[in-house]
Design a protein around this ligand. Structure first.
Ligand code: AHM
Ligand code: MG
Length: 335
């Protein structure tokens, strides 16, 4: 008889001791994310059925149309984390500014801040393609019981204490790290329980998939153009396969399992690329490194970049270690 799989709830309890701050708080926070993810999953699944899809009419700070499910997911995650008395502030890709949570109350002992992209890739919802939630958790740098300030959020990625994503795909998975490897849990929708399905996830060191929006090719820096040509060249294990869903979580997830690289470089249209350092790149970089992968902007390790503003964008190259190193070589040569 096959062994019964561990549930996420059991895993959290069993592993909270190994977390370096040994506090049950982080476990409670992951628990809150798990619950919110289940509700968002339910809504995403019925998006084609009910009149919840379509644009809400607002425009977020990046000037993009928000869709109703983004707003729904944003509200839900913020509510789920606010209620539990663990978090003193949340910054969301969908909010112009960070949200402080009772942080001016001197009895408030909440130590953590969360940065979240509640529904990444949401332009894919209308066409039934997988989307994701990305989260990143830090300890505040200011004293507990004092008002939370922007410095609590503008921390380098290497200060993250946990990060993860939920992928609403053919099955729904929660994948996260607290700095001790990466584990993936699959939701059994019949009973609403996540089971440990992918323990100790690892990027293969080499891969054969490259994921980039090649429609932007002529606008890319020379180093990226050269690397794409290298991927297409017939030599050794090349040409590589091109796979681009246009949904970061899905492209990353596939590449982590199969071996590959995801690239959103800068271009002559977007001088810093498109993806946000704090909500997208840092958490994915942390997961990648914890899974033996690599993430850089072409020259600098993503998690060493000093953030200067909440909605900052950076070029993002992330995936199998040797593939990322290779594109960095091309960037260096073409400098
Ligand atoms: P979003 O946060 O507005 O959803 O944008 C992020 C998404 C990523 O998931 C995806 O990889 C990328 O944008 C796709 O962008 P493009 O359509 O320019 O290739
Ligand atoms: Mg996003």
């Amino acid at each position: 008889m096959s062994q019964r799989k561990q549930t996420l709830g059991e895993f959290i309890i069993e592993n909270q001791q190994s977390f370096k701050y040994t506090s049950g708080e982080l476990s409670r926070l992951i628990n809150a994310i798990r619950l919110a993810a289940k509700v968002v999953n339910h809504e995403v699944n019925k998006a084609g059925l009910v009149d919840i899809i379509g644009e809400a009419g607002d425009t977020n700070i990046q000037g993009e149309d928000q869709q109703k499910l983004d707003v729904f997911a944003n509200d839900l995650f913020i509510k789920a984390m606010t209620r539990r008395n663990i978090v003193c502030g949340i910054a969301s890709e969908e909010e112009d500014d960070f949200v402080a949570i009772n942080s001016q109350d001197e009895n408030n002992q909440n130590k953590y801040v969360v940065l979240i992209d509640p529904l990444d890739g949401s332009s894919n919802i209308d066409v039934n393609v997988s989307v994701g939630t990305i989260f990143s958790i830090y300890r505040r740098v200011t004293e507990v019981g004092t008002p939370v300030i922007i410095d609590d959020f503008l921390q380098k990625g290497n200060k993250q204490v946990a990060a993860g994503y939920v992928i609403y795909g053919t099955s729904t998975m929660l994948v996260y790290t607290t700095g001790d490897g990466v584990n993936g849990f699959t939701l059994n929708p019949a009973i609403g329980t996540f089971y440990l399905s992918h323990p100790n996830m690892q990027f293969p060191e080499d891969g054969q998939i490259y994921s980039v929006n090649e429609g932007n090719y002529i606008h890319f820096p020379q180093g990226i153009k050269d690397y794409i040509k290298y991927c297409q060249m017939e030599e050794g294990d090349r040409p590589y396969t091109s796979r681009y869903i246009g949904s970061l979580v899905s492209d990353f997830h596939r590449n982590m399992i199969k071996g590959g690289i995801y690239m959103y470089p800068k271009s002559s249209m977007n001088s810093n690329g498109k993806l946000r350092l704090l909500y997208e790149c840092n958490p994915m970089a942390y997961i990648a490194e914890q899974a033996n992968g690599r993430a850089s902007d072409g020259f600098t390790r993503i998690m060493d970049i000093e953030p200067t503003k909440l909605h900052q964008r950076v070029p993002f190259l992330c995936g199998s270690k040797n593939m990322v190193k290779k594109v960095e070589e091309f960037m260096e040569k073409a400098k």
